[in-house]
Write a protein that binds this ligand. Structure first.
Ligand code: HEM
Length: 301
């Protein structure tokens, strides 16, 4: 039996199912909130081949996670700017969890065999992940300022506006260097104010600053833990790139991509990119902490 009441203009319904009182109303339903109709009508194959559905849903789920990573990364940048390192750390932890999930999800696509893919590859024409606007926006936000990559969006004014905004703004790493400067580290002036559209040039002074943070971790605990979370972001980003490259090699071998590149060889090149170079190079320079010195607990050897 369904009981019906009213709350203002909203009809409220109630019934018992399996001993539970189940309620719903005709205002904000699950479908209206989650927009399931739009979401589930967005899988539109261009072929009649059954394996294309997997291909579409894999890309769509990745795009949704990239959307969330972008959202969280912008909040992280805002938190760093506001010196709220606690909030920035929380956001970076969430990003890392999403990234691990994204990396693991390549396993689903790995069930697409070369034969499966070839049944519909021709229908994709020149469509390629290379044209993912969000991926490029994320790269710009993190610091890979390759302006020429935008060209494939030139017919889409809204996409270009978003990409340009990210391209012309300081990256997450640029914000971190501002933070180091506010904390009294010696960051070169040309790293604090520059043309943000230019690729980042690593500097010895920045490497020294990170080294100082990592050498006296007790003193710089918040910067040190933040730097580790930022390092994790790049670590997982590279792992995502690697799994993509390896999945592509498994599915198309060394064929060129639908987007026109050399395919796997193009994707391998990206494995040498670094968003936060001194956070990596500094590790080579590190030495063991002094006995009973920098690490109060005497850790490390
Ligand atoms: C069987 C599945 C896939 C194949 C064969 C494939 C293949 C490729 C190839 C060959 C490229 C290089 C550009 C080109 O010439 O097309 C590329 C780029 C790219 N793909 Fe995929 N891909 C697959 C799945 C995915 C998925 C699920 C995503 C998730 C969004 C994705 C995102 C990207 C991105 C973002 C790029 C640009 C990378 C960069 O410029 O560094 N790909 N893909």
């Amino acid at each position: 039996m369904i009981r019906q009441t009213k709350d203002g203009g909203t009809d409220i319904f109630e019934t018992e199912i399996d001993g539970e009182t189940i309620q719903w109303d005709n205002g904000l339903t699950y479908a209206r909130h989650i927009q399931t109709q739009q979401l589930l009508s967005a899988q539109v194959p261009v072929s009649d081949k059954p394996d294309e559905m997997l291909f579409i849903i894999m890309h769509q789920t990745m795009e949704l996670w990239i959307k969330l990573v972008l959202h969280e990364a912008r909040l992280v940048v805002g938190a760093i700017r506001a010196d709220r390192l606690d909030l920035a750390g929380k956001g970076l932890d969430r990003i890392a969890t999403i990234q691990r999930h994204m990396i693991h999800s390549w396993e689903v696509l790995a069930t697409l065999t070369p034969h499966d893919f070839l049944t519909f590859r021709g229908f994709l024409r020149r469509a390629s992940g290379f044209q993912s606007q969000q991926y490029r926006e994320l790269e710009y936000l993190l610091g890979n300022k390759r302006g020429d990559m935008m060209v494939v969006h030139k017919e889409d004014a809204a996409a270009m506006a978003r990409l340009r905004a990210a391209f012309e703004s300081p990256s997450l790493y640029d914000e971190l260097l501002q933070l180091l400067a506010r904390r009294g580290f010696d960051i070169p002036a040309d790293h604090l104010s520059r043309d943000w559209t230019q690729p980042y040039e690593p500097s010895e002074a920045v490497e020294k600053a990170w080294l100082a943070v990592y050498t006296d971790v007790e003193r710089h605990w918040d910067l040190y833990t933040l730097a580790e979370k930022v390092t994790a972001l790049e670590y997982y980003f590279q792992e995502w790139r690697f799994k993509h490259m390896k999945t592509v090699a498994r599915v198309i071998g060394h064929k060129p991509g639908t987007g026109g590149s050399s395919g796997v060889n193009y994707l391998v090149k990206a494995l040498n990119l670094s968003f936060f170079p001194e956070l990596w190079s500094m590790r080579t320079e590190m030495v063991a902490p002094r006995e009973g010195g920098d690490y109060a607990q005497g850790a490390g050897a």
